[in-house]
Design a protein around this ligand. Structure first.
Ligand SMILES: *[C@@H]1O[C@H](CO)[C@@H](O)[C@H](O)[C@H]1NC(C)=O
Length: 443
């Protein structure tokens, strides 16, 4: 041990301080639970989710670690810090809403306790293996009761692409777009957990602008590559959240597929925006990655010009380097084909700005509300976040390999979104957000 430690300490002394600290913390914190290489869930992640098992169908809170889940229902009594010792009941609920509502001091304390409990040398849980469940033996559920759901439109590349297709290059962005984070109030009842099949919708479309509309199956079904964040602490009706305090209300993030019926959307959206084109299913990933886990992956904000109004202005970085990837697996194939590689860092508006804008009227947000990013497209044609953009409105087929192509999503296609962060040898991930398309009901 000495032989191992000595050269290390010497090496650390010669490094600049912050980098030495980073490496040091990785050397220090190991878990007694095996973490496979490239796992999404090392000790530095610890995302929260809701799970059940065949022998214990009760839905309960868990934390992902390697290939396991730590059952917080079973270890709630171990949260003994000043913030949580009188709030241990939040870990015995069947959703994360109450824990989310406690706010950042409680979240930090919970994270520290969990890192202690799961570290090598701490025998508390190692000796009580009933609290550990294999992820492969668990069924995941929605992390929270989602009271309200809002979806933004905050990727400048996505908004420009869609604007260019429908209004031409010169009018791609609407005049309001760089002044406020555009969004709409969505439908929370049809948000489903990863793995839930999605039925192709039926509705009114107008395939030919010279003819009357028709009632038929959706023919232009699409995915949207998004992330979303869960609101933590609530704000009372009438009390806007200042942008400087917005962070205290942001609990953590998930991956999201905002399934979209492009043909229904095109006919219905004027003048009030998306409606039935978006309400037949929205898929989210089961593990909520906390903002604390994402902290090491902060990158500079997107340069905003014109300068935002003061109520939206913050100078600290609140942008994140999260690699995002979409793949499609046709129903008759075993192979997934990656169709897009994008990154959260291409977002124009930050989550703090979205939250400050959402509440500026005094609108009250509740723990468990979900706020989506909007489709996140990167700058190259292989980084676009929807089939609408990847196939450029159906004008260029997207290759899936073996001669198979897609312009939009077909029945039995399975669409999977993955996300991960990587920096200085540290990697954390989101798991996956997946859904298979079922054929429409008979028209
Ligand atoms: C294990 O972690 C818990 C929670 O932080 C702590 O109370 C306990 O003292 C730790 N045990 C050891 C042996 O470090």
């Amino acid at each position: 041990m000495l032989i191992y430690l000595l050269p290390w300490s010497f090496f650390l002394l010669t490094l600049p301080h912050s980098r030495a600290e980073k490496i040091c913390s990785q050397v220090r914190r190991m878990s007694f639970i095996p973490i496979p290489e490239n796992s999404d869930f090392p000790l530095e992640n610890l995302p929260y989710g809701i799970f059940s098992t065949a022998d214990k169908p009760q839905q309960r809170i868990g934390v992902a670690i390697g290939e396991h889940i730590l059952d917080l229902h079973a270890v709630a009594h171990l949260f003994n810090g000043p913030e949580l010792k009188n709030n241990q009941n939040v870990f015995q609920e069947s959703t994360l809403n109450s824990f989310m509502g406690l706010g950042p001091k409680a979240w930090t304390e919970a994270r520290k306790t969990l890192q202690d409990l799961l570290s090598t040398g701490n025998k508390t849980i190692e000796d009580d293996t009933d609290a550990l469940v294999l992820q492969s033996e668990a069924t995941m559920h929605l992390p929270a009761k989602i009271g309200d759901y809002t979806d933004f439109y905050s990727s400048i590349i996505h908004a420009s692409n869609v604007g260019e297709m429908f209004r031409g290059k010169d009018n791609a962005l609407m005049p309001n777009w760089k002044y406020l984070p555009v969004g709409y109030h969505g439908r929370s009842s049809s948000i489903v957990i990863s793995g839930t099949p999605i039925r192709r919708p039926i509705g009114q479309t107008r395939p030919n602008d010279a003819e009357p509309p028709v009632f038929d199956k959706c023919k232009l079904l699409d995915f949207e590559l998004e992330t979303a964040f869960f609101v933590g602490k609530s704000n009372p009706l009438g009390s806007p959240v200042p942008v400087a305090e917005a962070e205290d209300h942001i609990f953590g993030m998930v991956l999201m597929n905002d399934w979209s019926a492009r043909d229904i959307q095109k006919w219905e959206y004027v003048p009030l925006g998306p409606f039935l084109a978006k309400n037949f299913g929205t898929t989210i990933s089961p593990w909520v990655v906390t903002m604390e886990a994402l902290e090491p992956f902060k990158v500079p904000n997107y340069l905003q010009d014109p300068e935002p109004f003061p109520y939206l202005k913050h100078s600290d970085d609140y942008n994140f380097d999260i690699n995002l990837e979409v793949s499609i697996k046709p129903g008759d194939s075993e192979k997934e084909a990656v169709v897009s590689r994008s990154n959260f860092k291409y977002m124009y508006w930050t989550m703090k700005q979205q939250l400050a804008h959402h509440t500026v009227t005094g609108c009250n947000l509740q723990p468990g509300d979900l706020l989506g990013s909007g489709t996140i497209s990167g700058p190259t044609t292989d980084a676009f976040g929807s089939m609408l953009e990847l196939s450029w409105r159906g004008t260029r087929p997207v290759e899936l390999g073996d001669g198979v192509t897609r312009k939009f999503i077909q029945d039995e296609d399975e669409v999977t979104i993955r996300g991960y962060c990587k920096r200085d040898g540290l990697r954390i991930g989101f798991g996956k957000c997946t859904g298979k398309v079922l054929p429409a009901l008979p028209v």
